[in-house]
Design a protein around this ligand. Structure first.
Ligand code: SF4
Ligand code: SF4
Ligand code: SF4
Ligand SMILES: [Zn+2]
Length: 457
């Protein structure tokens, strides 16, 4: 150990007991180490680059705590989660699962869809989950309808309509897009019901990638679904699960593909592979794509168009949970990044609306400073640039989910992405899904299986 960086707690991968953990620097890497009295010692790589890890801390915002807590008894994080009084961040995005069935059976499914039981809540029970969301989350309320695969439910448009009528401000649907590739009328119905966008699983640009991530060649279906989204004018965030063995070399191609498909494609979310759900491997450090690895690949594969320092933590969740960049796509197809770590961290609150206003004014200030008089000449008039920025922008973000190996309760306590459960709880998305080496979860299966008698099975 070169330097101790912090103390926290974690889970034993064997028995899921809460155990103390320490984070430290060694050979310019950051590790989390923990010991279960029964099952032994675990040392896991969590970051490459100690200075970079430390620099992220400057982006930590003043937490905006939830106004109400669904769990009032004392909790030992992450036991009795839901949210409890120790939770240090409000909810920005609620994940609401409407089924655990799916029209695919991906070998790396985080939800272990199509296994063991069928969770298909009725409309009234989904209404209950929307109501829990409304009870505990401040506006603007953003819900991601998820699963399993939500489009296997013919009543998805009614679900979306119900959520909007109840007061949900923004609804996106998390999908593998297979049905949307075959059934443009269904896509249209979802849009007419109030669906705002799609969180669209898109792992690469060659068939072999889909054979590995989904067990089927889905390339043609993905491309067709994007065409359908263009026709129906539904915005899409491409979500790419990134694995060093499968598709990390396609990052640059995926960014180029997104640029060509703007404005239908609004953004890309790169999701380093996490070891939960239907993914049985015990991870080795060399197989882990930690955030700096991903950003280095983006820099390399875009030939420096986007650099590591164009990615900043959103400062909404824990600073080691996510990063985001925003860019304008210029006439020659190049990216003009609007985000830069030189802009410095936000200085005020985490309230989404305030933060967004502040972010935008920071961005415009930064563009002003970056372009200057010469820049204007080189890139056209300021007005033209602003005009272009309105429709030709691309956000690229990443959030490595935690698994049972690297889970850190400090990150969980700052989490702002929560799964709403049928029993009235809001649980950090990672924590909801984490499972032991034996497939036991603390929350997902333990809760959903109880409700699996709901609906058809
Ligand atoms: S993750 Fe948050 S809500 Fe859940 S137990 Fe920990 S502190 Fe409480
Ligand atoms: S990863 Fe998504 S598409 Fe694949 S089986 Fe799981 S829920 Fe279905
Ligand atoms: S879901 Fe996981 S990775 Fe994302 S913000 Fe929450 S704790 Fe962090
Ligand atoms: Zn143990």
């Amino acid at each position: 150990m070169d330097e101790k960086l912090g103390e926290s707690s974690s889970l034993c991968p064997e028995c899921l007991k809460v155990i103390p953990a320490v984070k430290y620097a060694e050979n310019d890497n950051v590790y989390l180490e923990k010991t279960c009295p029964e099952h032994g010692n675990y040392k896991v790589l969590i970051w490459r680059g100690v200075a970079d890890y430390k620099s992220m801390k400057a982006y930590a915002c003043v937490p905006s705590r939830p106004e109400k807590y669904a769990v009032t008894k004392e909790a030992t994080c992450p036991v009795d989660c839901g949210l409890c009084k120790d939770h240090a961040q409000h909810t920005c995005l609620v994940v609401l699962e409407v089924t655990n069935d799916c029209n695919l059976k991906c070998p790396i499914c985080f939800a272990s869809a199509n296994e063991r039981y069928h969770f298909n809540p009725t409309m009234e029970q989904i209404r209950g989950m929307f109501q829990t969301t409304i009870d505990y989350v401040n506006h603007p309320i953003c819900v991601q309808i998820s699963g399993g695969e939500p489009t296997i439910r013919d009543d998805l448009p009614e679900i979306i309509k119900m959520g909007k009528e109840m007061g949900i401000d923004y609804i996106e649907v998390n999908t593998n897009a297979v049905r949307f590739s075959q059934d443009i009328d269904f896509l249209r119905k979802c849009k007419e019901a109030g669906m705002d966008s799609l969180y669209f699983s898109f792992d690469g640009l060659t068939s072999d990638v889909y054979m590995k991530t989904c067990g089927r060649d889905l390339l043609a279906a993905k491309l067709k679904a994007i065409e359908n989204c263009r026709e129906v004018e539904v915005g899409v965030t491409l979500v790419t699960v990134v694995s060093p063995d499968i598709n990390i070399h396609q990052i640059g191609d995926i960014i180029n593909f997104a640029k060509k498909n703007v404005p239908t494609v609004k953004g890309i979310h790169f999701q380093p592979l996490s070891y939960f759900g239907r993914f049985p491997i015990i991870p080795k450090d060399e197989n882990r794509t930690v955030l700096p690895d991903l950003l280095k690949e983006i820099e390399k594969q875009t030939k420096g168009e986007l650099r590591m320092d164009n990615f900043i933590p959103t400062s909404c969740t824990n600073v080691h949970c996510d990063v985001k960049s925003m860019s304008v796509i210029m006439e020659d197809g190049s990216l003009f990044p609007l985000t830069h770590r030189a802009m410095g961290p936000p200085k005020d609150t985490c309230c989404v609306a305030t933060k967004t206003r502040k972010e935008i004014s920071d961005l415009w200030r930064y563009i002003d400073e970056s372009l200057g008089a010469d820049g204007e000449e080189a890139k056209g008039s300021w007005d033209e640039f602003i005009q272009r920025a309105r429709t030709n922008y691309l956000t690229i973000s990443s959030m490595p989910f935690q698994d049972v190996w690297n889970v850190d309760t400090e990150r969980l306590k700052g989490c702002c992405i929560h799964t709403v459960t049928p029993d009235g709880k809001l649980i950090p998305f990672c924590l909801f899904n984490i499972n032991s080496v034996h497939g036991k979860t603390l929350y997902r299966h333990e809760i959903l299986e109880k409700y699996a008698k709901w609906g058809s099975s």
